[in-house]
Write a protein that binds this ligand. Structure first.
Ligand SMILES: *[C@@H]1O[C@H](CO)[C@@H](O)[C@H](O)[C@H]1NC(C)=O
Ligand SMILES: *[C@@H]1O[C@H](CO)[C@@H](O)[C@H](O)[C@H]1NC(C)=O
Ligand SMILES: *[C@@H]1O[C@H](CO)[C@@H](O)[C@H](O)[C@H]1NC(C)=O
Length: 435
């Protein structure tokens, strides 16, 4: 129809019977674009380490080195925003101490280091996402946000961010988390407020990687009636699900890989800080999906998904066993569908670690990796298990779409133009569907 002037099309349409006319007109009218005023508000969540953290040091703070107390009593300051100057200020070890969490076995929850208060700034705005890792193309959703702006979305109006404290793990229903109870409440208020400002339109939520895991748990923690009233659609793009993947195993064993930019620090030197985070023990491979296949291979012993507690001990993190047992096992086994329209988008066809070989049992050095299929980070088996689970549950089956984008990587899916286009097409379609 592209070559026929629009006015002619309109005239032709007028000659048609009314119901047909409306049908054709609306499909013609909406084919390429959606009026910005008609867009469903969208809330987007990027992966780990894109949200910032601010800290305040109280009198109770007992720094391990005197200079770390320099900000005591001086109010809020950006603790985790741009770390390139940390070493200039000889703040590396102070940063690591002030970022650390402590597991509280009485509450079965994680807390800040004593005397350190933290908060996540810019709640509600995508402007709050900052990439800390300077050596890559921007992966904190920058290209996606640009594409959404082209579609008519505006930060703080019909597009929002929901930055989160990535050190904590979003709990499944029934689990305690002081940090996430507050976060889920704020998130619900954000959804309600933006829906109200946009003629009660339902809201789209999109989460990438760890942000997908946060988005999923958020939705699953809301009352069912609330979801039906407010959620138009949930997009999970390469989410790191609790069925597990290999990446957390390596980060836990050898230190966080490409996550934290702290000048002068090595993965190994960041390992104690990383292990203090609840996130470090999340999404380890689950027995239901990885079965008895060896995940970590050493000369003396192999570890399968059934042996994660022994592996924690073997890598020198016995302290992780209790929170793993008391907080993570329930997450692995929580399979309830979110019961909202859901599109699950993944990359496949990329070499993805399936087994880590620490032959001489030295976990301080990078392992040899044996590869399988996936998006480079998330294993195909994990994706297929989620597909199967969503299709098995009656209330979800009819509103579940799974898309596997050949050759798209975990990050590339929202960064490479051709792959991003595929995702944008889905977002556009959801906006065109007026139901
Ligand atoms: C971080 O700070 C450094 C030095 O102040 C600056 O050169 C760099 O552009 C900043 N990075 C970002 C992502 O803002
Ligand atoms: C560990 O797994 C590897 C690879 O699957 C296998 O070849 C080896 O025999 C296993 N070793 C032990 C000690 O079970
Ligand atoms: C994926 O990449 C491989 C290797 O570069 C190529 O041979 C294949 O045609 C690609 N597949 C698609 C669907 O683009």
């Amino acid at each position: 129809m592209a070559s026929i002037p629009l006015v002619v099309v309109q005239l032709l349409l007028l000659l048609l019977p009314l119901p047909l006319r409306e049908h054709l007109w609306s499909s013609q009218h909406r084919r390429n674009d959606v009026d910005a005023g008609e867009l469903h508000p969208i809330i987007v969540l990027p992966g780990v380490a894109c949200s910032d953290l601010e800290a305040r040091l109280t009198e109770a703070y007992r720094p391990s080195a005197a200079r770390c107390g320099a900000m005591k009593g001086k109010g809020w300051f950006p603790l985790w925003k741009n770390s390139s100057d940390l070493s200039t200020h000889r703040y590396n070890e102070c940063f690591e101490e002030q970022m650390s969490l402590v597991y509280d076995p009485v509450a079965n929850d994680y807390r800040n280091f004593p005397g350190v208060e933290t908060r996540v700034p810019y709640f509600g705005l995508v402007k709050g996402y900052h990439q800390k890792w300077p050596f890559d193309k921007p992966w904190c959703l920058t290209p996606l946000i640009r594409a959404l702006e082209e579609m008519g979305y505006r930060d703080g109006d019909n597009m929002h961010g929901a930055p989160y404290d990535f050190r904590h793990v979003p709990p499944v229903p029934g689990q305690e988390s002081q940090v996430y109870s507050r976060y889920y409440k704020e998130f619900m208020e954000l959804v309600e407020a933006t829906s109200k400002r946009h003629r009660k339109k339902k809201v789209i939520i999109l989460g990438h990687s760890h942000g997908g895991c946060v988005a999923l748990e958020f939705v699953r923690n809301t009352p069912l009636a609330w979801r039906k009233e407010y959620i138009k659609h949930l997009f999970l793009v390469t989410p790191t699900l609790s069925a597990g993947l290999l990446d957390p195993v390596e980060n836990l064993a050898t230190g966080p890989h490409n996550l934290f930019y702290v000048p002068g620090a090595t993965e190994l030197s960041l390992r104690p800080m990383w292990r203090s985070f609840e996130t470090s023990i999340a999404n380890l491979p689950s027995p239901a999906v990885f079965g008895r296949e060896p995940i970590v291979v050493t000369e003396r012993r192999n570890y399968s998904a059934y042996d994660m507690e022994d592996l924690l001990a073997a890598v020198g993190f016995g302290d992780g066993i209790e929170p793993f047992r008391r907080r993570m096992v329930a997450r692995m086994n929580y399979l309830e569908a979110p019961m909202v329209p859901l599109t699950y988008i993944n990359g496949v066809g990329k070499r993805t670690p399936r087994q880590l070989v620490y032959w001489d049992g030295n976990f301080d050095e990078a392992p040899e990796r044996v590869y399988g299929d996936g998006d480079g980070i998330v294993n195909l088996v994990t994706m297929l298990a989620f597909d199967e689970e969503m299709r098995r549950q009656l209330g979800q089956r009819g509103q579940f779409k799974s898309i596997k984008v050949e050759n798209a990587s975990h990050m590339g899916i929202l960064m490479d133009e051709w792959a991003l286009k595929r995702v944008m097409k889905e977002i556009l379609e959801v906006n065109q569907d007026s139901s």
